[in-house]
Design a binder for this molecule. Structure first.
Ligand code: GLN
Length: 561
């Protein structure tokens, strides 16, 4: 039977619960336990797929094609595991299921109420992760802050579960903030006390309190929190703001969190082994070199919109022993002809995106990368703009475009499958989740992965238009990755360029700190070469692990070959 750890947050939102949860997952894994993580999001949307990045940041896509909260990305990266549909639950989904059952008459004429019908459904979703993952420990993070009206059914479900399961089979961890008051020169515990009181009023006594703060928390303060919140002093865990999120497991483990959790849950674990993680952090903190990469997007003032891209660049940088400075470039600025924001960059990434705004600027970025031979990585829309740019400026068809952006274009190099001649698959629905891709030997993409077949995650509607493939290939833009049937172009690259590669899928969802994604890894390698830096030696454990493409590295990526 799995053990359940419930993580709630208090005082303020964005307190770092998601990273704390992911870090606890890593710690437990390092003690030899198998771990799965679930996010309970109290909002009424069925999933975040339709929410604006301004509301929600990045939409993270799982292998089975679920559009989820960006915290799932943190979970996957810290756990080095692929999660599925069951790991992401929203109030919208819960109500959809409950109302579906009501319409089918499953409740046999009963009155449907938040308790027990909604709470039963929530408990069912939590236990489904335990059942399906077979994990020793399931971490369940509740989104939002304790006290939010919309979070109450989730807290009530957790209260019930803590009663129903054996005493030592569940644990409650509350993550709070200790604000610093300049006037009195001290960290304040009162908001934490209030937040814990709020949690207790819902019938949940926390076992552990993780206290986020920007300053050191002394023993006196810990004792005070322990006394006022009725938590053992070993359960008061300070978490100082760290320069890198990847330091969090190490900091929490230094406070003895892993052993304490194991003790409370009465589970046998191994001595923790965070050696590889320690090496990762050491390498991250003392890079030998530094490079600057432009990420050209529409939401650059909101970097959470490109969270997985940012993390993937960091992972690849660690491999090459190199700090990656990301220059966030607003694509609309390029559109107006102002290229100054690209001056001095040693690599260009155009990430995914939807809609027309800013696309012309991304095309300018692709043109700049092609002509100046600056390494370029195009992700989904980034591939599409690379194709449009090539068709316009190399093939000379000024009207080349995607039908998403210009429905009446006379040269639709990117279009919906239903618009393409001879393609039998119909419908304009989103292609979501993992699909296989065959890599053409002798290409950069193939060399990066080192295998013939891979599985990668998708989230898009429009596709490379095969009608123009021969023409583009003859001019030097080749399709280096194709669907197994050969009808969908998955990866393109420019032959006469040090590294100009675009993928229709999103490699950023499968990059891991200790196993950077092959395309990001090779891209950063090309950036280092462009910057005139020495190439990394593969002798370092992190570098060696991530260059071992036939082994663990491609575990999450390699397909059937
Ligand atoms: N808007 C494009 C499409 O739907 C690209 C999507 C993306 O970049 N994720 O095909």
């Amino acid at each position: 039977m799995p053990k359940y750890i419930f993580v709630t947050g208090g005082v303020v939102s964005s307190v770092g619960k998601g990273i704390a949860t992911a870090a606890i997952g890593r710690i437990l894994k390092s003690h030899g336990l198998s771990v799965s993580i679930q996010k309970l999001d109290p909002y009424l949307n069925v999933d975040p797929g339709t929410m604006s990045p301004y509301q929600h940041g990045e939409v993270f896509v799982t292998v089975d094609g679920t559009e989820t909260d960006l915290d799932l990305g943190h979970y996957e990266r810290f756990l080095d595991a692929s999660l599925t549909r069951t790991s992401s639950v929203t109030t919208g989904q819960i109500y959809q299921t409950v109302l579906g059952k009501e319409r089918r008459g499953d409740y046999l004429g009963g009155t449907i109420q938040p308790i027990p019908h909604v709470t039963n459904e929530i408990k069912g979703c939590i236990r489904a992760v335990g059942r399906e993952s077979g994990a020793d420990v399931v971490l369940v993070e509740v989104g939002g802050t304790v006290g939010d009206i919309e979070g109450q059914p989730f807290l009530e479900a957790i209260r019930q579960m803590r009663k129903e399961e054996n005493r030592q089979d569940t644990l409650s961890i509350h993550v709070t903030l200790l604000p610093y008051l300049g006037a009195s020169g001290e960290l304040k515990t009162k908001p934490t006390q209030h937040s814990v009181r709020e949690l207790r009023s819902m019938g949940i006594q926390p076992d552990i309190i993780i206290c986020r703060s920007d300053r050191a928390v002394d023993n006196e303060l810990k004792a005070k929190i322990s006394l006022f919140c009725d938590v053992d002093s070993r359960g008061v865990i300070p978490l100082l703001t760290m320069p890198s999120i990847y330091e969090v497991p190490l900091v929490l483990e230094e406070e003895g969190l892993g052993d304490y959790i194991l003790e409370l849950l009465n589970v046998e674990g191994t001595e923790h082994d965070l050696q590889d993680w320690r090496e990762l952090v050491a390498r991250l903190k003392r890079p030998a070199n530094e490079i600057t990469v432009a990420v050209v997007g529409k939401y650059v003032e909101l970097q959470d919109a490109y969270l997985s891209v940012k993390e993937s660049l960091i992972h690849a940088g660690v491999h090459h022993d190199c700090a990656v400075n990301i220059r966030w470039v607003q694509s609309e600025r390029l559109e107006k002809g102002d290229l100054s924001s690209l001056a001095g960059v040693q690599g260009i990434v155009v990430p995914g995106g939807f809609g027309e705004r800013g696309v012309e600027g991304k095309i300018v970025a692709a043109q700049n990368a092609r002509m100046e031979k600056i390494p370029y990585l195009g992700l989904c829309l980034g591939l599409q703009v690379m194709v449009i740019e090539f068709a316009r400026n190399v093939l000379g068809n000024a009207d080349a475009n995607s039908t998403e952006l210009a429905p009446d274009t006379s040269y639709p190099v990117i279009s919906l499958l239903s618009e393409q001649e001879g393609v039998t698959q119909k419908g304009a629905t989103m292609r979501l989740g993992c699909y296989p891709c065959h890599l053409e030997p002798g290409t950069r993409a193939h060399a990066a992965y080192g295998v013939d077949n891979v599985d990668e995650r998708h989230r898009h509607r429009y596709e490379f238009n095969n009608a123009y493939r021969d023409e583009l290939e003859a001019a030097g833009m080749i399709a280096s990755g194709l669907s197994p049937e050969g009808d969908l172009v998955e990866v393109c690259e420019i032959v006469d360029h040090p590294f100009m590669v675009g993928s229709q899928f999103h490699p950023e969802f499968q990059s891991r700190p200790l196993r950077p994604h092959p395309l990001f890894r090779e891209f950063i390698g090309a950036v280092c070469a462009y910057a005139g830096l020495d190439q990394v030696s593969d002798s370092h454990p992190v570098a060696a692990a991530s260059s071992d493409v036939t082994g663990d590295v491609t575990g999450a990526i390699a397909g059937g070959s």
